[in-house]
Design a binder for this molecule. Structure first.
Ligand SMILES: Cc1cc2nc3c(=O)[nH]c(=O)nc-3n(C[C@H](O)[C@H](O)[C@H](O)COP(=O)(O)OP(=O)(O)OC[C@H]3O[C@@H](n4cnc5c(N)ncnc54)[C@H](O)[C@@H]3O)c2cc1C
Length: 410
């Protein structure tokens, strides 16, 4: 047994001690620039220059990629990534910048890639030498992902790709993209094939990346146009026509329900950010409401406590994922986690704006904004989080139909 009564193997206990020791000496200092709230919103080279060396250092120390096989640059351990994540979150390290690669590309290549691809790509993902983006969504294919129209046509040993992707996070920094393409228009799911695409070397020669501006005024995601982009067949993952099943491996990891635990350093704060309900207490102490600290208002107190209890209950529920055999379907907790985490975060930030009152109209860069304007930013961002990686409605459908076995929606 180790901390919080978790049963851990001797290897895990030793690894936790090692992580603590390493983190006590190697946590990076404060960033020289204001970091965005989430890694998918990184927009400047200065942010990358601070974050990339941090991920590389964590990888070299074995905290990023702990459970990946040694042959692919990992630590070759069992059940240790979660421990590294917990320890990094406990001390409030910055997040890793290569989130799409760590959370989606690496596990997909591990499960569906050839030996050559695994050896070529996974080490550089873990070390952050190559950044990746995900080309799934299109203007007419989001929730209905199997409708993608970007077409890959066979040309001897190569494929020629034409089409448009949208909402592609981190595309401006990416060397590589995982992409879902149509290879047969006569069938829907069976007409899809999954590739990896070297986008950086084709910018201006078949790839165009156009940043999109979000409601926050920041960018982060992009449109990506692919015109006669030719790639070799060795960049195909799995069989022609089997792209849907490969995409399911990506999505199940993206939604936190896959077998590979994603290396995740969390955020600056010691508890899960963003949307930590405990932070409301300090905010309420500092904010005035009807001439008194908002923390003395009984209605505000009730609502804060309700959210704190729900968030703590949610985190306890998610811990069940560690108990082998307790949960029948891995999607049950992973999908609940994504759904509840993002919805509670949205409620927490909405209450923060109420607590701030008129001051909540002051945004970032306004020197009078409480908490440097982070709460209004979090509130606006929270809508994207209930959409990305599957909207709340779609996740409820999947939980209802595929986990609870309820009848399919029409
Ligand atoms: C911050 C952010 C980052 C993103 N990053 C990426 C990325 O890197 N790569 C990438 O490929 N994509 C990315 N996306 C896109 C994301 O995956 C899609 O936005 C999402 O899948 C929804 O698709 P859509 O926007 O086309 O909305 P739609 O699918 O058009 O949905 C519109 C509305 O209809 C509802 N709806 C749709 N179908 C159903 C249904 N069957 N039942 C009930 N309600 C339904 C939805 O819930 C939603 O409210 C990102 C999105 C965001 C917000």
């Amino acid at each position: 047994m180790s901390e919080k009564g978790k049963k851990e193997s001797p290897e895990q206990i030793e690894f936790r001690e090692y992580c603590r020791e390493w983190l006590s000496k190697n946590t990076p200092g404060d960033p020289p620039v204001r970091l965005p709230q989430m890694a998918i919103e990184i927009t400047t080279q200065a942010e990358m220059d601070y974050l990339v060396p941090w991920q590389k250092a964590a990888w070299e120390a074995g905290l990023c990629g702990a459970d990946y096989p040694k042959a692919y640059g990992g630590g070759g351990r069992t059940g240790c990534q979660l421990i590294a994540n917990e320890e990094m979150q406990r001390v409030g390290t910055p997040y890793f910048p290569n989130v799409i690669a760590l959370g989606m590309a690496a596990p997909t290549i591990l499960h569906h890639g050839s030996e050559e691809l695994k050896k070529r790509f996974i080490p550089k993902i873990l070390s952050c030498e190559e950044i990746w983006c995900q080309g799934f969504s299109e203007p007419d294919a989001g929730s209905d992902l199997a409708s993608v129209q970007t077409f890959a046509e066979r040309a001897g040993d190569n494929w020629v790709i034409n089409g448009q992707k949208i909402w592609t996070s981190l595309a401006t920094f990416s060397s590589w993209m995982i992409i879902l393409c149509r290879t047969d228009r006569s069938v829907k799911h069976k007409g899809l094939t999954y590739f990896i695409v070297p986008i950086e070397s084709y910018i201006g020669k078949g790839i165009e990346v156009r940043p999109l501006i979000k409601i926050t005024g920041e960018t982060g995601f992009n449109e990506v146009f692919l015109t006669d982009l030719e790639i070799p067949d060795k960049y195909r993952l799995d069989d022609v026509g089997n792209g849907w099943s490969v995409a399911m491996t990506t999505l199940i990891h993206e939604r936190g329900a896959g077998p590979m635990v994603t290396p995740s350093a969390g955020g600056r704060r010691a508890d899960d950010a963003p949307g930590n309900a405990m932070d409301l207490i300090d905010l309420a102490r500092q904010s005035e409401r009807n001439g008194r600290p908002a923390a003395e208002d009984p209605v505000i107190r009730d609502r804060m406590i309700e959210l704190i209890i729900r968030q703590k209950g949610f985190r306890q529920s998610i811990r069940r994922v560690r108990v082998k055999g307790l949960v029948d379907n891995p999607m049950r907790i992973g999908l609940q986690g994504k759904l509840l985490f993002t919805e509670i975060a949205q409620e927490v930030s909405a209450l923060a704006l109420e607590i701030e009152g008129a001051a909540s109209t002051l945004f970032m860069n306004d020197e009078n904004a409480p908490n440097k304007g982070q709460w209004p930013l979090m509130y606006l961002n929270s809508y994207g989080m209930t959409i990305a990686a599957g909207t709340s409605e779609v996740l409820r459908n999947i939980l209802g139909e595929r986990v609870l076995g309820m009848p399919k929606t029409k």
